[in-house]
Design a protein around this ligand. Sequence first.
Ligand SMILES: Cc1cc2nc3c(=O)[nH]c(=O)nc-3n(C[C@H](O)[C@H](O)[C@H](O)COP(=O)(O)O)c2cc1C
Length: 358
Amino acid sequence: MFIGHIALPNRLFAAPMAGVTDRPFRQLCKRLGAGYAVSEMVTSRRDLWTSLKTSRRANHDGEVAPIAVQIAGTDAQMMGEAAAYNIDRGAQIIDINMGCPAKKVCNKWAGSALMQDEPLALEIVEAVVAACAPRNVPVTLKMRTGWCEAERNALRIARAAEAAGVAMVTVHGRTREQGYKGHAEYDTVAAVKAALRIPVCANGDIDSPERARDVLVRTGADAIMIGRAAQGRPWIFREIAHFLATGEHLAPPATLQAKAWLLEHLNDHYALYGEYAGVRSARKHIGWAVRALPCGEEFRARMNQLETCDEQVRAVGDWFDALADEHPLLPRASAAANDPLVEPVDTDSMISPSEQQA
Ligand SMILES: Cc1cc2nc3c(=O)[nH]c(=O)nc-3n(C[C@H](O)[C@H](O)[C@H](O)COP(=O)(O)O)c2cc1C
């Protein structure tokens, strides 16, 4: 699997998720089987590049290559400049966001709203490719199937993007209008794959090894991208890899192994965000990790009261130790309690308050 000239270890990708797929989470996903992980979107607005939020998003210290940065914006020239800026800070692949449905982004005519304005979308693609090509950095495009049911133009945009020099297209099998409701459809993804020569990645509702296999077969896609199902369960990548290679299910991880991964993640997380912000933003990751485990909800409520890294680490460690006494292997989550596909999208985390006012 290649994106442009860049070889990837496999075709299992971690999706960009604002407020989730920061560097520590991407690193964990890559360690647990993801061949590729895309950063949270970074705004194209120059005046926000030095903000704490954007500079954290542009931090790639120690990240396993290839480093892929997603940029979002509405102005072609600014998007080209944002691509160059991120390349100077370590990006090896630039991904253009045409998939994000958040209102605050769409009101500013970015994200999936761009699919409604094909000339502007293409202008942005061309400007970003023009900025990246001299630096030998491939450009990828992430989009939805279209703006709405009646206007599924993914195929047209994908063709134009390929002609403009894009190296890979990812399609989330929903329209912008759908948000995260309903089910992803894969026929449009299959049509895009059939029409393009560059690699195509399928995305949407992939939450199990069987679904991964089925989506690959159904769409013929070169790769699959997983978002919500990796929240609290980043080892889903190696579970899928094992299943695709052998047709067998990998045993669940040892409970103490899951604890070790989570503690490692927390320590990386605190190192990036510091104690105050780190403890708070770690709560969602801990919550996702425990929500469907026995007494997980009770623990989540208690853990949310803790204010320091030490307390949080100790509480997580003790809770998993007690769980391991009864369950040496991590209990399988109940589908109802752990259905990531009904998780509400945290649109506020997608863009900072200052970005929202823009
Ligand atoms: C909390 C959250 C934040 C997201 N942020 C982004 C983003 O910044 N850029 C983007 O292209 N897509 C974003 N997405 C969409 C995902 O990348 C993915 O396309 C979508 O969740 C469908 O995949 P899934 O069913 O595997 O979760 C986000 C999704 C979630 C749930």
